[in-house]
Design a protein around this ligand. Structure first.
Ligand code: ADP
Ligand code: MG
Length: 397
């Protein structure tokens, strides 16, 4: 249980510290993607509409506890103002008199953006003195940065201990979606885990086998599992040294009553290029020594679609193939469309996350049809691993 904005009483004239994600991608001094600002906008505008003075807190880049001119949050202020459709005051500190003076100038409903929290070493050290100093200028704390919740930093965790703390709208949506997907999911539950390597997702796999009814393994990591089962995967990306680990995961799944789905047909090529001449589809047992598995095959996708049709909940991380290069996006696109259609019909609650996964869902044109798509990256993966996220834990009441 966590407090939400609905639990705030009258906040007119009160000062809110709102932790958001402003770690925006930039190119040539311009913000290239303002998705994160748009995610935080409802919370900021709601607090503003209720008359609070809103102080935005965020980190930007990795300045490692020192002021670095090209990592000042003043550089993204224009992008924030554009999304909010209003002026935002910039304050070059996060604590002390300068912030106190700024608060004195702000009218009810005004928004200010404080400087990059990581300019202060106490941020990443989660120094309670820094948290107290920041809190001294405010009445309450709102955390709307799920994507930073896997870090125990002063403004992602510490502040929640020194001020009344609330989940912002985007944090709330994320937590509710994740709860529906793996906390208290409607069964049967399927998980799709793909991507390049088993080694980066070992903890995810171990956590999932004990919780889901169907574990669908695709991408490069399927090769490691196939190889562990004695399949010759040729030149495919494969972590042969993880054969024992892969077997242990398959055994744990068996014990837990989780059905693991590995592909029986695959798309192979001799070179990693768009539509190569050597492209062919074959049974997993027919991969030649000089071929690479770059996607799972159409028969496998059809069978997996049938599995999804029997499920009520889906959680998805990792593409099924090397989706950046056609036609190795085919399986990911096809299965994503099946999941999206089932979600639209209300048959399936579908939650997906991961940098490449989100890109793949956009590429398939179905990101909006999934029940929830998390853009949180590292925090999403840690949640998939079953870890407690310190920023979320600190919000619990
Ligand atoms: P996410 O960012 O969603 O967590 P990952 O980073 O784990 O996903 O995996 C995505 C990467 O996996 C992509 O770059 C994709 O090309 C690669 N990949 C998927 N299948 C294969 C494969 N069969 N061979 C090589 N690379 C693959
Ligand atoms: Mg990735």
């Amino acid at each position: 249980m966590f407090r939400k904005l609905d639990d705030l009483g009258n906040i007119a004239g009160k000062v809110a510290l709102v932790r958001i994600d402003l770690n925006l991608p930039m190119q040539d001094g311009q913000v290239t993607d303002d998705t994160r600002v748009r995610a935080a906008a409802p919370t900021i505008l709601e607090l503003s509409a209720k008359g609070a003075k809103v102080l935005l807190l965020a980190h930007f880049g990795r300045p490692k506890g020192a002021r670095v001119a090209d990592q000042s949050l003043s550089l993204v202020l224009g992008a924030v103002e554009k999304v909010l459709g209003r002026e935002v005051m910039f304050v070059s500190e996060v604590a002390g008199d300068v912030v106190a003076q700024a608060v004195g100038i702000l009218r009810n409903g005004d928004v200010a953006c404080l400087e990059n929290t990581r300019f202060w070493p106490g941020e990443e050290a989660n120094d309670p003195e820094l948290a107290k100093a920041i809190a001294a200028n405010a009445d309450f704390f709102v955390n709307d940065a799920f994507s930073a919740a896997h870090r125990a930093h002063a403004t992602t965790e510490g502040l929640a201990h020194v001020l009344p703390a609330y989940a912002g709208r985007s944090m709330q949506a994320e937590l509710e979606a994740l709860e529906k997907a793996l906390g208290q999911p409607v069964k049967p539950v399927a998980a799709v885990v793909g991507g390049a390597k088993v080694s980066t997702k070992l903890d995810v796999l171990k956590h999932l086998v004990a919780r889901v009814d169907h574990l669908i393994i695709g991408g490069g990591m399927a090769n490691t599992f196939l190889a562990a089962r004695g399949v010759d995967v040729g030149k495919s990306l494969c972590e042969h040294d993880l054969a024992t680990t892969a077997e242990a995961i398959l055994e744990a799944a068996d014990t837990a009553g989780c059905t693991v789905h590995l592909p029986y047909d695959v798309v192979v090529a001799k070179e990693f290029a768009a539509n190569p001449a050597s492209l062919r589809t074959c049974n997993v047992h027919e991969v030649a020594a000089d071929e690479m598995i770059l996607d799972i095959g159409p028969q496998a996708v059809e069978a997996l679609g049938d599995v999804l049709k029997t499920c009520r909940t889906l959680v998805w991380n990792g593409p099924l193939g090397a989706f950046e290069i056609p036609p190795f996006d085919s399986a990911t696109v096809a299965l994503a469309r099946i999941a999206a259609a089932l979600s639209k019909e209300g048959e399936l609650t579908s939650v997906a996350g991961g940098g490449d996964t989100v890109a793949a869902l956009h590429h398939a044109g179905v990101a909006d049809d999934f029940t929830y798509v998390s853009t949180a990256g590292g925090a999403f993966l840690e949640w998939m691993e079953g870890r407690e996220l310190p920023g979320v834990k600190a919000l619990e009441v």
